[in-house]
Design a protein around this ligand. Structure first.
Ligand code: EPS
Length: 373
């Protein structure tokens, strides 16, 4: 069975709700498995005032008993603490006094197309759902997928590799060392002072994958396509790449692929991973490398030109409390989306109503293909 999830919730409404279907029975979960990732998503230099209000925790309301999955849908909720400050404006039920409408769509946000499409006069009816607050629910679902994957020997991580114009590659060790980190922080501080926001690039890596997850036989079974959709569905994403991504387009063939070797102790292996762990829409058994490119957030303290949708007069876009950079948080969301996608593809291949059935199927497959890692 594949893994499916859905979320509901507005940014300043009472809370976020999510339902995850397709987890096998018998997985052991602790509250910390979910809350740890929720806390990681809230961190990162460049966050605004909202994160001082929220302290995200997931309340599981279905699908678990005494810390073990039942094979039934898992339902959870994450409260919006900020709702206490929005009870009038975001009450699900009619309120006594009319609330002020927002008429100033932000370039780069869902605001304008959203009010046109859904027939609203108030931009808030769109921006509340388009907000990246929703990613808290995704991260909670992703944490469940990670527990499933961990039981199957797969771990998912992420790191930031670019913020604004500063690349981590510019650090001599090509990793998030203190120098690189300091340069990224300085870039964010400088942007904030200039009333600007910043985007960037994160990378998600998954280790412990067996070859053959996903499929070459049908377009919608190709794992690279599914991962691309998962990453691109995250708010503010403008690009996705796998392995060496766009760079391979400019190389000659001999520099673009990963030669195949075999040894008694390793079985099949590669010395390079330019393909990012995917060939022909399937995992190759090498680590999965997926990058997401995020645009700068569209809520600006020095707003761009826009139009008042009620009067049609030129105006400045909506200006409100905002983050200046959320690339570190987006990396955690990327992990969640990759984990959900991988867990779904593992579920399709190894199935099982109970996790032990999936493990038995995985073992039999490893044996059949002689996979030794
Ligand atoms: C967001 C705007 C900010 C962010 C929010 C996403 O919220 P507010 O308008 O309340 O200041 O803090 O992100 C979150 C609440 C979160 O949990 O990540 C936006 O417009 O997308």
């Amino acid at each position: 069975m594949t893994l499916r999830f859905t979320t509901a919730g507005e940014s300043h409404g009472p809370g976020l709700t999510a339902v995850v279907e397709g987890l096998p029975a018998g997985l052991t979960l602790t509250p910390d498995d979910i809350d740890r990732d929720l806390a990681r998503r809230q961190l990162g230099h460049g966050r605004g005032g909202r994160m001082k209000i929220e302290k995200d925790r997931a309340e599981v309301t279905a699908g678990l008993r005494h810390g073990r999955t039942l094979g039934s849908p898992v339902a959870l909720r994450v409260d919006n603490r900020d709702f206490a400050n929005w009870e009038e404006r975001m009450n699900p039920w009619p309120v006594d006094e009319p609330v002020e409408e927002v008429h100033l769509p932000r370039p780069g946000h869902a605001d304008l197309a959203g009010v046109q499409k859904y027939g609203f006069s108030d931009v808030r009816n769109v921006l509340e759902r388009a907000s990246a607050r929703e990613t808290a629910a995704r991260v909670a679902c992703g944490a469940l997928a990670k527990v499933y994957l961990r039981a199957l020997g797969v771990e998912v991580f992420s790191h930031v590799i670019q913020i604004g114009s500063v690349h981590v590659d510019e650090s001599p060790v090509r990793c998030l060392d203190l120098d690189a980190s300091a340069a990224l922080v300085a870039e964010i501080d400088q942007a904030r002072k200039a009333n600007e926001s910043l985007g960037g690039v994160f990378e998600v890596r998954a280790f412990g994958l067996v070859p053959g997850i996903g499929s070459h036989v049908s377009w919608d079974g190709r794992l690279d396509g599914r991962l691309a959709q998962a990453i691109m569905s995250i708010q503010a994403m403008k690009g996705v790449s796998i392995g060496d991504g766009f760079e391979v387009a400019g190389r000659v063939g001999s520099q673009a692929h990963d030669e195949i070797f075999w040894s008694e102790e390793q079985g099949f292996f590669r010395e390079t991973n330019r393909a990012g762990g995917l060939e022909g829409g399937m995992t190759s058994g090498e680590p999965l490398l997926v990058r997401g490119a995020m645009k700068p957030l569209p809520t600006l303290t020095k707003p761009l030109r826009s139009v008042d949708i009620a009067t049609k007069d030129p105006a400045q876009a909506l200006r409100e409390r905002t983050d200046s950079c959320t690339v570190p948080a987006a990396g955690v969301v990327g992990e969640a989306m990759v984990a959900i996608t991988l867990a779904g593809a593992y579920g399709e291949k190894f199935g099982g109503d109970h996790i032990d059935d999936a493990l038995a199927a995985l073992d039999a497959y490893r044996e059949r293909i002689g996979w030794r890692r």
